[in-house]
Design a protein around this ligand. Sequence first.
Ligand code: FAD
Length: 308
Amino acid sequence: MKKIAYIGAGPSALLGAQALLNKGDYQISIYDKNNRSGGAAYTGIPSWRFSLAFIDRVEKELKEKGTQFYYNVEVGKDIPFAKLREENDVVVVAIGAQIENLAGFEAGNGYEAGLTLLYNLNILHQEKDYQEKYQSAIVWGGGNVAMDCCRSLKRILPDVQLLYRRSQDEMPASKGEVKDAVKEGVVFHYLENIADIVRDVKGSVTGVQADTMVLGEKDESGRASVHVQEGSKHFIPADLVVAAVGQKVDFSVLDEGLKTLSKSEHKTNLEGVFVCGDALYGPAMIGNAIKDGKACSEEVFEYLSQGH
Ligand SMILES: Cc1cc2nc3c(=O)[nH]c(=O)nc-3n(C[C@H](O)[C@H](O)[C@H](O)COP(=O)(O)OP(=O)(O)OC[C@H]3O[C@@H](n4cnc5c(N)ncnc54)[C@H](O)[C@@H]3O)c2cc1C
């Protein structure tokens, strides 16, 4: 029986593995550094917004078909990537886009990235710690991660503001999320961007220096470009600042040499190694990850059918 290892137990891996087992008999192993399946839908999306019941159903079905799950195993640290390649005919890298962007500022003492905040609240349940340390928070960003951050913080802190550098029309977060956040009491500041994080002598965050922004011509993303309004710098106090300004993919923990060929090809420069989901095309949505995990399985199926 051909052997396949998945690195990551997010939606793309689980639904990809399920699609492969619908096509034939394979021995599949799934490794994840977390303590359960779900990927970003587990560590990032709060449980009051997304149920993992669907993930659990797929996981159960996979286990019934003989799939082995290895949790709390970080490939590249706890087990070498090369070992997985030696022991399997195919390795599918489905590690998501989990490298956070801190926008060049040092994390700590009141400044952190959105995925860290959500992990601390969703998985480590550190609500009390945050309540003891902080009164007021600024969330920086305009996507769904920013919405989950401000809505989660509003559940535990009295004063939560969101700063987004463009206008409401350009905001990538879903309209429903924005509406709910406003209803829950998050104060939105559009056309405001953080220029600097302000700290006291002990290094604790006391607020931000923000610029007012003005919209200009459309840029290469098709959205209006944004520019700093001269002389608009102003201080906004807060003791916690959370940056939710993007994530990226990083394969270096696995193998410095691993490279994808394009944003739509699952095979890579390494023989027998495929990449799928957010790890292939960057942060997107669960539906994309599911679709892509299945599409990757087609390629893996073809590859193994050719006698590899
Ligand atoms: C806060 C937040 C809110 C979101 N909101 C929505 C939403 O409302 N609707 C929507 O459709 N989508 C949403 N998404 C996006 C969605 O969750 C992702 O697009 C989707 O989970 C990607 O699936 P994936 O399988 O490609 O990767 P992921 O779900 O990111 O899974 C990757 C897995 O790989 C594991 N991993 C990484 N490196 C290693 C390693 N070296 N060894 C072992 N395991 C490793 C990780 O622990 C993780 O479990 C949100 C994401 C976040 C972060």
